[in-house]
Design a protein around this ligand. Sequence first.
Ligand code: ZN
Length: 234
Amino acid sequence: MPDPQIEKLLILQDRDITLQQLEKELLRVPRERGLIENEIATEKANIEAAHQIIKDLEVERHEVDTEVKSKEAANSRFRTQQLEVKKNDEYQALTQQIEQNEAAILKLEEQEIELMLQIDERRTEYETEKAKIEALIEERNEALARLAETEKNLRQQADEAQAKLDKARADADEEYLGHYDRIKKMVKRAPYLVALTEQRCGGCHLRVSNEVAGSVRVTEAPSFCDQCSRMVYA
Ligand SMILES: [Zn+2]
């Protein structure tokens, strides 16, 4: 006839382990959420970096354009001055400056065309990439929503498990419960209450002394493994 206090304690232990597992799963949630949020941040940074390259190219193109306009304005001033100068060498000097500017403008315009082509190419790449990344972010956000749902369910289950455990604790014998809590602190890992099989402890699997093996069968008092200190029952 098994000790009824052991039976109560076995129910308690079962609920305790259930609660521990739920709490372990709950602990994993924030880490998982952090990983997903990091992935989203990385994807967003990738979009931003690709966009920045286009913005930089546009700034460069704008600078080239400004330079072209300034050289054109200079040439128009030089042409006006040419109408006013009296000396031929002054006129020639202005012609030379105008020609230099025109050559520079040609080069700048080539540069501008090259930049515009690059911008177009980058923009096409960017749009394709952006659509892909946005889809990825959407997926990650859905994963976050599922995770929140999982967490909510786990929390609810943990609350229920806690209530069941509290009830089992209220039902348990105070002395047995005291030993259970003490053993739990000591051995860290469940189970804390184990069966003896062929004189071996179900927790550490070592052989217990004859004295322990004997007391388990005859007394209605808690017995303990003399190797690992877990409570044992026959
Ligand atoms: Zn043991």
